[in-house]
Design a protein around this ligand. Structure first.
Ligand code: G3P
Ligand code: MG
Length: 290
């Protein structure tokens, strides 16, 4: 298991994770990590509408659909390996069953993670975080790693993510690590402060500012159905990026962008391309793309 110790972190690779400048409406609060350039549309779980979620095929599909960044979920196997899987159980997205956290990496790797989605994806495996990051790098895709964890494994999961990103230094793409689990984000902040962080909420709470400041995150994410213009404006004025999940309707994406949302996670990123092109023009007018 990963030891509880401070992990020295690499600098970002030049040209891979470019820090944004301060934007109108809010300076970056002191101590916040330099944010990567997140595009308006991020492939959700790869490109979950057209390829099995959280697989290497999904990353390739996202690239083919025009994505510059993808989001995927990671969690620990029973023997402490990081694999891509959204649910705590293997049942929905593989031909196996049981908790990921109670299954060895070797056993997870035996499973088929593609057939449930479409027989054309038969033989697709559950990828490790290493494999996903290396493929993302090869495809020139930024990677939003979302930490999932069973209760009590938040620290170990964050530590494993930090170790992996550090070990792949120079070979990994630009990364952002996000989570609904504030304990995981706090652990990552302490272990690897240079890795950019994002705090996810179902509904952004009244005390979001304190949480975001405490975690030192650069991005806040929310269920798009629970976002309201006033809260969006406050978050943007404080200098945070604001991402909404999961948005597959172009009209909804346009409205969210108009409200000030900076990125949407989409299962169907290609469908949102035209909307995002307009959004980029709006951001450029606002000087937010520098
Ligand atoms: O990171 C955005 C989104 O992935 C969060 O929800 O449940 O799809 O992981 P979920
Ligand atoms: Mg996710």
């Amino acid at each position: 298991m990963v030891p509880h110790q401070k992990i020295p972190l690499p600098e970002e690779r030049p040209g891979r994770a470019r820090p944004e400048g301060e934007r109108p409406g809010g300076a970056r609060p002191e101590g916040r990590t330099a944010p990567p350039q997140l595009p308006p549309v991020i492939g959700h779980r790869g490109a979950a509408a057209s390829a099995p979620e959280n697989t290497l095929a999904g990353l390739r599909r996202a690239k083919a659909l025009g994505c510059r960044w993808v989001e995927f979920d990671v969690r620990l196997t029973g023997d402490g390996a990081l694999v891509l899987c959204h649910d705590s159980r293997l049942d929905r997205t593989t031909n196996g069953s049981g908790l990921v956290s109670a299954t060895s990496l070797a056993a997870v790797r035996e499973l088929d993670a593609g057939t449930w989605f479409d027989p054309g994806f038969a033989g697709e495996r559950v990828p490790t975080l290493d494999e996903a990051l290396l493929l993302a790098s090869e495809l020139d895709l930024g990677a939003n790693i979302e930490i999932k964890s069973d209760r009590g494994r938040e620290y170990a999961t964050a530590a494993a993510v930090a170790t992996t990103v550090q070990r792949l230094r120079g070979r990994a793409p630009a990364v952002l690590v996000s989570s609904f689990l504030l304990a995981a984000l706090a652990a990552l902040r302490d272990l690897a402060p240079q890795i950019p962080r994002g705090a996810l909420f179902r509904s952004i709470p009244r005390g979001w500012g304190e949480v975001a400041h405490g975690i030192g995150c650069m991005m806040i994410g929310s269920d798009h159905r629970r976002l309201r213009p006033r809260r969006i404006a406050a978050i943007r004025a404080a200098g945070y990026r604001l991402s909404a999940y999961t948005v597959n309707d172009p009209a909804r994406a346009r409205l969210l962008f108009d409200w000030g949302v900076t990125s949407v996670f989409s299962d169907a990123p290609d469908i949102l391309c035209a909307v995002s092109a307009g959004h980029i023009r709006t951001l450029a007018r606002q000087g937010a793309m520098r």
